[in-house]
Design a protein around this ligand. Structure first.
Ligand code: ADP
Ligand code: MG
Length: 709
């Protein structure tokens, strides 16, 4: 069914290795390596019309014989002139003397690149070029692919053409989408979609291709979820009927809210039954979901069972562990932490404790990351599994975890509020408990949306907050400097009118922290990102919590749960890059103590009126996570909720990776895909009549599981 990438002519082991770095192993994978953007080479301009920093397409005729010259040792430079009706342009290439034979005087080419204007002369350096053909067969939209070392755009384009020939040779019968569904939603055939996502005939064809491929992604995802929930449907579980949470309440320094009590009651009733609980707890950031999980864990332990809690990141796992241990140990309940960084001997001890048949030697409560899923971890008397989903749909993990924990109850905690329509689609197999009440005494975090012109005032504000003893978070979307460039041409930025929208450069946490250290020599600045070793991350978080670090520059790793009550200012750079729910979650990191707290969203989009600005403005007036989530869904579509963000630690733990659907703004398409998937699974739960679809579902869910670490 799959064709090894090396079957393509010209792809040897070296190029295959480069492709492997992109996660591309087969011809089918290659076809799913979608462009990150398109160059509009169809809108041809005259030299005199080129201005600004953007790239232009021009048709120029070579006017002079190319001349090459040696420069600096081994380097060589090839120069010639080419012209159109409006002017003359000097074109330069480096180390490509063989091009002398290509650019013969009198021949015309379509060049694409940046035109520099020096006085009334023009110049281009190493532009892209294609021999000009007047018959209209030169493509107007040229794909730009994500690259890796050892691969060039040209090579990928060439291999893609070969892969498309293979794809096109497949008949209509080989389209994985059932015909009826395809027709119902006006979706094009797969072969057409693949051809046009890679080599679009027109903007219309590209839009049709995207629609079809996005639907297919949603549909595949929805099928996987529906199939999983069909399997999970009400399995048997060991009942946990004792359920007295008063010892836990005695440990707390506060009293439970009415909403927390109600949710704990729902959990208690579920767990007393001999069918497995499958419950999702949703609630705004800071509403106190953790203690509900703790109550569920206590109920399991009271019936002689074990409870496991799995968090998406190590930082979060450690924090949950700290909190839970301080609650459970005074009750004489053993509590352990199992993460990737746990020492081998320690892991062995914990694994033995989890598997111990003797209840006196058994570990009752374990908190961890996906390390809990690794082989060798087994539970002697599992009773409850809690997952902290961070709405990242760790569907595979959930499946593996429940396999390891047969006959246990399942509790899922969502990190951020999810609009109800989405929750029903994504968690249709779960009963939903809502915590709709905040603990008393929470302060409101005043929120501002500003552009670069406020930078100086913002710097002053940072100094002032620190001088008064407060601490500051600065969140940047990108991790490394190389990612800044990567990010400026993404598939999503092609607007209706087909124009690539230019975006403000992304601030990288690493580079920015360095810059700030220089700008604020008197302050202690540190940075934190997901690619750091967990020991380093921990140390920085500890130092920040202890007040030794005053300004913490970070990627969204701090989005998840960390609690530093002294932090009173949250600055988010390139704020338009984040979903509103994510911003709400970030804002929840401040205002946790007594200090008056602020959140400043910095965005180039803050000037003028724009969609992005309107979106950000929602944050100024809206402080309720649910309304924010609903607005986000309305304004950006479901893609935003599926987006895995730039931080690898989160991406790795997150489960499914979407290729195009993250960009989808069409809620209707999303709903349709889920409705159709549900209907199809009801009719044919194992997709026996749809082997192509079954294979897709498998690829989406298992490939991701395989790449987890
Ligand atoms: P989330 O729902 O975002 O996971 P947490 O469970 O982390 O929220 O709770 C946030 C904070 O609120 C914690 O410091 C917790 O101790 C505190 N908290 C939880 N419930 C209450 C309550 N009923 N009264 C006061 N504080 C509470
Ligand atoms: Mg939480």
């Amino acid at each position: 069914m799959y064709t090894d990438i090396r079957r393509l002519y010209g792809v040897g082991s070296a190029r295959a290795a480069a492709y492997a770095r992109l996660g591309v192993y087969t011809v089918e994978d290659l076809l799913c390596h979608y462009p990150r953007g398109y160059e509009d080479r169809g809108s041809v301009r005259l030299l005199s019309e080129c201005e600004g920093d953007g790239k232009s397409a021009l048709i120029l005729t070579v006017a002079t014989e190319p001349k090459s010259a040696r420069i600096r040792g081994r380097m060589s430079m090839l120069k010639f002139r080419a012209c159109d009706d409006s002017g003359i342009c000097e074109i330069t290439f480096f180390n490509q003397d063989y091009l002398r034979a290509v650019f013969t005087p009198g021949t015309s080419f379509r060049f694409y690149g940046r035109v520099e204007k020096k006085g009334n002369r023009y110049a281009m350096t190493a532009p892209a070029y294609e021999p000009w053909r007047e018959d209209g067969t030169l493509p107007s939209l040229v794909s730009v692919y994500p690259l890796t070392e050892g691969l060039s755009q040209k090579q990928i384009a060439k291999d893609m053409r070969a892969a498309l020939v293979i794809a096109n040779s497949k008949g209509e019968g080989e389209d994985p989408l059932p015909d009826t569904i395809r027709r119902k939603y006006g979706l094009c055939l797969q072969a057409f979609a693949l051809r046009n996502i890679h080599a679009p005939d027109s903007f219309e064809a590209l839009a049709a291709a995207k629609k079809r491929l996005i639907f297919e992604e949603f549909f595949t995802f929805a099928l996987g979820l529906s199939a999983a929930s069909a399997q999970n449907a009400r399995t048997a579980a060991v009942p946990c009927p004792v359920g007295d949470v008063s010892p836990l309440e005695d440990q707390l320094s506060y009293t439970l809210t009415g909403a927390q009590r109600r949710v704990i009651d729902e959990i208690r009733r579920d767990m007393a039954k001999d069918t497995a609980m499958s419950r999702l707890v949703v609630g705004d950031v800071g509403c106190g979901k953790t203690v509900c999980a703790a109550a569920a864990m206590l109920i399991a332990v009271q019936s002689g069972r074990q409870a496991a809690l799995m968090a998406p990141t190590e930082i979060l796992a450690r924090q949950h562990y700290g909190e839970l241990r301080s609650l459970f140990e005074p009750m004489g309940i053993s509590c352990e932490l199992l993460v990737g960084a746990t020492a081998a001997a320690e892991k062995k001890r914990i694994r033995a404790g989890l598997a111990a048949e003797d209840p006196d030697k058994r570990v009752s409560v374990v908190v961890g990351t996906q390390a809990l899923l690794s082989e060798g971890v087994s539970f002697a008397a599992s009773g409850l599994v809690v997952t902290d989903e961070q709405h990242r749909f760790g569907v595979n993990q959930r499946a593996i975890l429940s396999e390891k924990n047969q006959f246990s109850h399942l509790l899922v905690m969502s990190a951020t509020p999810i609009p109800r329509s989405l929750a029903l689609a994504l968690y249709g197999d779960l009963d939903i408990s809502t915590i709709d009440e905040m603990p008393p005494g929470r302060q409101r975090v005043d929120t501002f949306v500003v552009d670069e012109s406020y930078r100086r005032r913002l710097d002053e504000f940072i100094r002032k907050q620190v001088a008064e003893g407060g601490q500051v978070y600065i969140v940047c979307p990108a991790v490394e400097e190389s990612e800044e460039e990567q990010a400026d041409l993404s598939l999503g930025e092609i607007g209706e009118e087909g124009v690539l929208r230019k975006q403000a450069p992304l601030k990288s946490a690493v580079g920015y922290a360095r810059e700030l250290t220089e700008r604020f020599p008197a302050l202690s600045v540190a940075f934190l990102h997901g690619k750091m070793k967990s020991k380093e991350k921990d140390e920085i978080m500890r130092n920040f919590a202890a007040g030794q670090i005053e300004v913490l520059v970070s990627t969204t790793v701090i989005e998840v749960g960390v609690n530093v009550p002294n932090a009173c200012l949250m600055i988010v750079e390139n704020a338009d890059r984040f979903g509103l729910s994510q911003l709400h979650q970030l804002r929840g990191r401040v205002g946790r103590g007594n200090r008056k707290s602020y959140c400043v969203l910095v965005s180039a989009a803050a000037e003028g009126a724009s969609n992005a600005r309107n979106r950000l403005n929602v944050m100024k007036t809206c402080y309720d996570g649910y309304s924010i989530a609903e607005k986000d869904l309305e304004m950006r579509g479901p893609g935003d909720f599926l987006r895995t963000n730039g931080d690898t630690s989160i991406r790795q733990s997150g489960g499914i990776k979407f290729r195009l659907a993250e960009l989808c703004e069409d809620t209707g398409l999303f709903r349709a895909a889920f409705a159709e998937a549900k209907a199809l699974v009801a009719e044919d739960p194992e997709l026996k009549q749809y082997p192509l679809l079954a294979a897709r579902v498998n690829a989406m869910f298992t490939r991701e599981a395989g790449t987890m670490n």
